[in-house]
Ligand binder design. Structure first.
Ligand code: PMP
Length: 452
């Protein structure tokens, strides 16, 4: 016991000395959790304390921690062929690309990278080159939504609509425009949810027209805004966006980095809305976070434009050394098999419903402005005043998160501090939660809310 206390203090000191953490302010008083092991929906830190991971890491450990099958799939592939570039080919990438087609339910060609940001960067370059090669030389602009997140690299960050992540690094890449998301909770008084959603879609069409439709390359959006605070559109919104894109020759990129791989209660988030995107980007749940891998799926007929025999520069001029690593592909394939064999997509729907029902009991809580969910994703928007919808203070949000952590439950917080919104508590537990895990999450959260 004493030995482990000494070790953990030394680990913390070394952490502070050598490690630069992701998007987390340095805080001497709140040391990072140093995780040591994981099983199912639970992780254990170096002090031996257990936490239920209500956020699946960064929304990615869909099949849960400690899956030996995944480690074995990677190990076997590493022993056989640990690396080969996808300037040529290898069987794990071929098999995975075929499997992703089956999951997408349509004809796509797959380009592999390592992260969600890179998958989106590849998509942006494909869009620009595609339009050039089909004689539409001015179509270089992208439209995305405020509050949406598409990655940390300069292009993907330019598409991102969260000021807090951008303002220290501006000016970013030109050619990225933003429109308001269909945040129905904050719609104008007197407007129905459907009218508001249609109006938000119409703003996209107006933007295309005012920019000059022949200058707009693509619209990119998540099916549901996740990191920006779980903003769930009406189905009519996405249907209308698709119609608008088609009408103006603008491609539709759907970012499935979080919503994909069962999280939404379907294979992909957009399957809930009956749309057929031109490009689908994915990462996170593709490997359940066990190894880095992402993919950009492109409709077959778009890919055809990159095969002009008369033009020696018509192929995609983009290379990614590690993208589609054989071990990552073999692991991803096994991960998809697990999701199928264990019927985790059905399970996500059942767990999501249980979570939704439980969160609804908070509807009269003075801090709770809105409760939103989509598959096994949920968000609770906290307000200081239910009538004005003024966002709750960051201190309250942090206090609830800290209270949960004290009781062994990790939940998330999302929004945009700079824009004055950082008031949505988020939930994205692994799809393998047991009934007991879900009851633990619910009772712990409700208890902590009861103390606020
Ligand atoms: N798109 C979405 C919707 C995301 O949530 C994220 C990551 N949170 C990304 C893209 C970027 O992924 P990565 O961090 O793997 O680059």
């Amino acid at each position: 016991m004493i030995k482990s206390a000494i070790n953990s203090e030394a680990a913390l000191q070394k952490d502070r000395q050598y490690l630069w953490h992701n998007i987390t302010p340095y805080n001497e008083a709140a040391p990072p959790m140093i995780a040591e092991s994981g099983q199912g929906a639970w992780i254990t830190d170096i002090h031996g304390k257990r936490y239920m991971d209500g956020m699946s890491g960064l929304w990615c450990v869909n099949v849960g921690y400690g899956r030996k099958e995944l480690a074995e799939a990677a190990y076997e592939q590493m022993m056989q062929l640990p690396y080969f570039p996808l300037t040529q080919s290898h069987m794990p990438a071929i098999r995975l690309a075929e499997k992703l087609n089956e999951w997408l339910g349509d004809e796509y060609v797959i380009f592999f990278s390592n992260s969600g940001s890179e998958a989106n960067e590849a998509a942006f370059k494909m869009v620009r080159q595609y339009h050039q090669q089909t004689g539409q030389h001015y179509r270089h602009k992208f439209i995305s939504r405020y509050r949406g997140y598409h990655g940390s690299s300069l292009g993907a960050l330019s598409a991102t609509g969260q000021a807090q992540r951008k303002y220290k690094y501006e000016p970013l890449t030109s050619g990225f425009l933003h429109v308001a998301p269909p945040d129905s909770y904050r719609r104008p008084a007197g407007q129905s949810v459907e009218e508001f959603n249609l109006q938000c879609a119409q703003v996209i069409e107006d933007t295309i027209i005012w920019e000059g439709a022949e200058t707009v390359g693509a619209v990119i959006m998540e099916p549901v805004i996740t990191g920006g605070g779980i903003i769930v559109p009406e189905p009519i919104y996405l249907e209308r966006v698709q119609e608008i894109c088609k009408r103006h020759g603008v491609l539709l990129i759907i970012d499935e980095v979080i919503c994909g791989f069962g999280r939404s209660g379907q294979k992909f988030g957009h399957h809930n809305f009956g749309i057929k995107p031109d490009i689908v980007t994915m990462a996170k749940g593709l490997t359940s976070g066990y190894l880095p891998l992402s993919a950009t799926a492109v409709r077959k007929d778009i890919y055809e434009a990159f095969k002009d025999p008369e033009d020696e520069y018509s192929h995609f001029r983009h290379v990614n050394t590690f993208g589609g690593n054989p071990a990552a592909c073999a692991l991803a394939l096994r991960n998809l098999q697990i999701i199928e064999e264990e019927q985790l997509i059905d399970r996500a729907r059942v767990l999501g419903q249980r979570l939704r029902d439980a969160l609804q009991t908070l509807v009269d809580h003075p801090l709770v402005g809105d409760i939103r969910s989509f598959g096994l994703l949920a968000g609770v928007e906290l307000v200081a005043d239910k009538a004005t919808k003024q966002p709750a203070s960051l201190d309250i949000v942090k206090s609830i998160i800290a209270g949960c952590k004290q009781h062994g439950l990790i939940i998330g917080k999302n929004g945009d501090t700079v824009a004055g919104f950082n008031n949505v508590l988020t939930f994205a537990p692994p799809l393998v939660c047991t009934d007991e895990d879900m009851e633990f999450l619910i009772t712990t959260f409700l208890k902590v809310m009861g103390e606020h």
